[in-house]
Design a protein around this ligand. Structure first.
Ligand code: AMP
Ligand code: MG
Length: 400
């Protein structure tokens, strides 16, 4: 049985990016760049003013100066005017620097009257000018393939005139729930029946990675029904099933996957919760068989599926960073398995404090709702004192 890290490595070594496409830069947020991007021109494109003020010759402003205003260059204007000795040209932020000028004086440091400007403060050569190519030089590789596109990257691409960008395409992920006890959302509850919460929950987790979810509904506990749905699911880029993967007599998922040609890479992982997780591959496509328990399904999604989907969408860093948190109370566990502890997080004095989010029984979904993070408790350690530091990873970008 693989450990947590071994199982995750098996998954990550099995998957690869699924392909690329070109999308509008304005719609590329969250996607991953598929190629290096080189600058087609300098940034700034030309010397331009960093302030609203006056373009001057710094030499004219050694002492108290009164300069004749001989022109005006608005933002978007052209620098046809030349700054002659003893003169100043009114200039707006972003406007091109006219010939002769080697400094810009902000309005706040001047007084204007009678067609002249009086310079009050000191003036240094090159001040308040944004020089051509000081940010990016033509030909520079500014973004590497594999970079996730955040607003700053979108800004850089747009600044360089890239209307379309090559990105890894979104992974299409089929989501299948299995079990005779399941009813669909909207059906009235009855004893022995359970609402299929895994389909919407896992689909949401899929979408949170930036991938697309394809909902296959419920496979009832018979071989034909499983085979039909699983065959359908294998048309997507990846398939996630939930439940039916333990050792129960109606746990058909592994049997049907094998019959459908899915080659098993592992079944069961040395973790808690989420032990009865299976993973296999068919024609380069990963198949994740997660436990049916809604808490276990979400935690194993975090542990194995999310990193895989991110890798398939071109991301290089796919594992949520572990950070240190101080435990608020004592925690005990059995030796042998990595445990994922659902914890709430508080930030005090810039440091993380973790406290159990509630009853850690996997039947308690509420504790998952109350969790900000999962603490990863090492396999061999059994007791953790209050005040001790543990590794946690945050489950989202925001704390509850
Ligand atoms: P299993 O893995 O089939 O033994 O299922 C474990 C537990 O998860 C059982 O209590 C199931 O009723 C529950 N379960 C299985 N599938 C779902 C689902 N799609 N939504 C909510 N609960 C489920
Ligand atoms: Mg079942």
């Amino acid at each position: 049985m693989p450990t947590y890290e071994e199982a995750r490595n098996i998954v990550l070594e099995s998957v690869a990016p699924v392909g690329t496409e070109r999308v509008e830069t304005g719609r590329a947020l969250g996607r991953t760049l598929a190629e290096d991007v080189a600058a087609p021109w300098h940034l700034p494109f030309c010397d331009n003013s960093a302030m609203d003020g006056y373009a001057v010759r710094a030499d004219d402003c050694r002492g108290p100066a009164r300069l004749k205003i001989t022109g005006y260059i608005p933002a978007g204007g052209t620098a046809l005017t030349v700054v002659e000795p003893g003169c100043a040209v009114k200039i707006m932020t972003g406007a091109p620097i006219p010939a002769g000028c080697d400094a810009v004086i902000p309005f706040e440091e001047t007084e204007e009257g009678d067609g002249h400007v009086v310079v009050k403060g000191k003036v240094k050569v090159r001040q308040h000018i944004r020089f051509r190519a000081e940010d990016v030089r033509e030909g520079d590789v500014v973004l590497r393939g594999g970079t996730p596109l955040r607003p700053p990257e979108i800004s850089m691409l747009a600044s360089l005139g890239k209307a379309f960008v090559p990105v890894y395409r979104k992974v299409r992920v089929a989501v299948l729930s299995t079990g005779d006890e399941l009813i669909e959302l909207g059906e009235p509850p009855s004893p022995g029946m359970i609402v299929n919460s895994n389909s919407p929950a896992i689909a949401a987790a899929v979408r949170e990675t930036g991938a697309e979810a394809v909902l296959l509904g419920i496979a009832r506990d018979d071989l034909a029904c499983h085979m039909e749905k699983i065959s359908e699911g294998l048309k997507a880029d990846a398939l996630i099933t939930t439940a039916g993967v333990s050792a129960g007599d109606r746990d058909l998922v592994r049997e049907v996957l094998a019959e459908a040609g899915v080659v098993s890479r592992f079944w069961r992982v040395d973790i808690k919760p989420g032990g009865p997780t299976a993973f296999g591959m068919k024609d380069g496509k990963p198949v994740f068989s997660l436990p049916g328990n809604p808490v276990s399904a979400l935690i194993t999604f975090e542990a194995f599926v999310r990193p895989a989907l991110l890798r398939m969408m071109g991301r290089k860093r796919v594992v949520r960073p572990l950070v240190k948190a101080t435990l608020a109370g004592e925690v005990r566990k059995k030796a042998g398995k990595v445990n994922f502890l659902r914890v709430g997080i508080e930030v005090r004095g810039g440091e993380y404090f973790a406290s159990s989010a509630g009853d850690q029984n996997t039947g308690i979904l509420r504790t998952m709702v109350l969790a900000d993070a999962l603490a990863v408790l090492p396999a061999d350690k059994t007791s953790f004192a209050a005040g001790e530091t543990v590794d946690v990873f945050l489950l989202g970008e925001t704390l509850r």
